[in-house]
Ligand binder design. Sequence first.
Ligand code: BGC
Length: 745
Amino acid sequence: MNKLFKGFLFIASCISVMHVTAQKKTIDQKVDSVLRLMTLEEKIGQMNQYNDDWTATGPVTLDSDKAGQVRKGQLGSLLNCVGVDRTRSWQNIAMESRLKIPLLFGQDIIHGYKTTFPIPLAEACSWDMDAIELSARISATEASASGINWTFAPMVDIARDPRWGRVMEGAGEDPYLGSMIARARVKGFQGNKLGDLNSLMACAKHFAAYGAAIGGRDYNSVDMSDRLLWEVYLPPFKAAVDAGAGTFMNSFNDLNGVPATGNSYLQRDILKGKWNFKGFVVSDWGSVGEMINHGNVKDGYEAALSAVTAGCDMDMESRNFKNHLAQLVKDKKVPMTLVDDAVRRILRKKFELGLFDDPFRFCNKERETQALNNPEHPLASRSVAEKSIVLLKNENHLLPLSKNTKTIAFIGPLVKALKQNKGFWDVEVPGVDSNFIVSQWEGLQNKVGAGTTLLYAKGCEIEGTNKDGFAEAVAIAKQADVVILSIGERRDMSGEAKSRSNIGIPGVQEDLLKELLATGKPVVVLINAGRPLVFEYTVEHAPAILYTWWLGSESGNSIADVLFGDYNPSAKLVMSFPRSTGQIPIYYSHFNTGRPARSDDNHNYNSSYNDLSIYPRYEFGYGLSYSTFLYSNLQLDRKQMKPGGSIDVSLSVTNLGKYDGEEIVQLYLRDRVGSVVRPVLELKDFSKIKLKVGETKVIHFKIDTEKLSFYNQKMQWVAEPGDFDIMIGASSKDIRLKDEFKLVK
Ligand code: BGC
């Protein structure tokens, strides 16, 4: 027997031992038994992720020999590789490698796979954790049946600057709500446990503080105090760890001068240290190499050194681990223990996903067909979409429209749009028409009866100055009883690399509104966008406005449900809407300052703008219903609490309107005096309740020490004795009930 053959037999027997005894060993033992067999090249291979040959979300490195590397066991994961056929063919190649370590298939499953759901920011406006979890669950069910086992979601970056195009991927400006949504999304993607067939491994991103990019310019630097980081930007990440997120992605930005990808404080000290995170960290696309551009490392060799040392376990697309890690180990710059730790983390997830037991378990054609054609999924998408639509204005109860309306003119560049409704980050699913969408036009047609005539005119494009279509639009408006105008952004105006300095409604769309209003007909405006826009003319002149975001597959049906009152809108904004870009960044939980402005027309040496209100157009937590709700009878079971104690807060809410509806009741607190200044109010709890016409419900909240705590000057998490205001509101501005209590020693 020659040496090579003996070696082969040894490995083969180890692998079979590995597989046979798989059941009896713990995952860590299994991981170690694989690790022991691996060469340095194979270990480094696991720490790389490449883009497949199609759909790219960043600058692509062309690699003529990707398959060859997989065959040599030198790749851990692929991204942008979807569908049973495609993933199976790559996994087959991985099975030709010496140790047959399966590949992970990662993909941006951000708001759906075949069935698309509202963009995450829209869905967050539902404040409905069950709905949010369900949308992630269904996305996971579809994607995992289509060969994918890892999603680069949820994005849990707090975002307070709507110029930043990526606000569409997150849950808005608030750390409390953001943390709850992070938890719901992780639970939804991962299901009961990793390893279930319909579970998709989650990836909390972008670690950290990416949402605070200066000037809202994507990829830009972030400069922030440790307190802001810990109190506002980190909590949703911590929530994701607590919910069991399998992986984290670091981020493009530098944080206070240190690129996040090479940031030990973030990845080693906080994530893997203080939070004891056991999963692995993947870089963002090319971010390892981008540390050279940041000016933090000299070359790829130093970039790989910095990233690995700082706790980045997998290099997405930059090739610096592949090109330099072996040398770094040989040069004794990177200890083998660091490489082993990264590889262990990655292998552990592959074991947990069951890929060692069956590398093809997510590649079942029959299951794929079934999951992608499950009739329940569009229904769920429709329901989540209804819950995401925000009613901003409704003068004289123009909405809901009567189903007996004789003639409706439906006008605008987005009425018949299809793919637009998916928003950014949809997935090109093999064999599925990307126009698999119920358009707004179709939705309205589905809704109205034979007695209603629907007229259509495009009116104008989303962008540009051409007004040629106005005359036709005005002509049909004149024939109608009511006009619905659908305007907004293009779907790809918000998303990655989609920062805008002017977030007004593009083109001549508001001019079209002006002409339609001049007909004297009632006009309902639908605003379709991936971010808060500025639309002052519309706010001041249109009698009714629905913010419809991008709602996904069932857009048209869900919008029609709301227009005609089959669903009573309940969503509330999760980001403050500015009146002008000059107000940005804008958020509700600001400090009072030493010279607080008391009103907009008092500019007497106080903290205000001389030429603009300081208040948002629509505040955090704002959103109307077709009903009105009365808040009453606020009661605190005690007015004093001790550390470790709690106060029970109760109140009644009554539906005074003519429609059954839902209300999101918000609890805000203010710590009046702190050793560190505290915000004017902070969301600390909420309750979304359903109320029939005339019904009253009593809601209970519990205030405990945790809700009163913050980081003091020594960065200790404390609740300081003193006076607190409690405010119960229908938004962060519309405070309906107030009281106060004391924390005593
Ligand atoms: C984005 C990530 C995304 C990755 C892979 C990057 O450009 O920042 O959020 O997951 O591409 O598509």
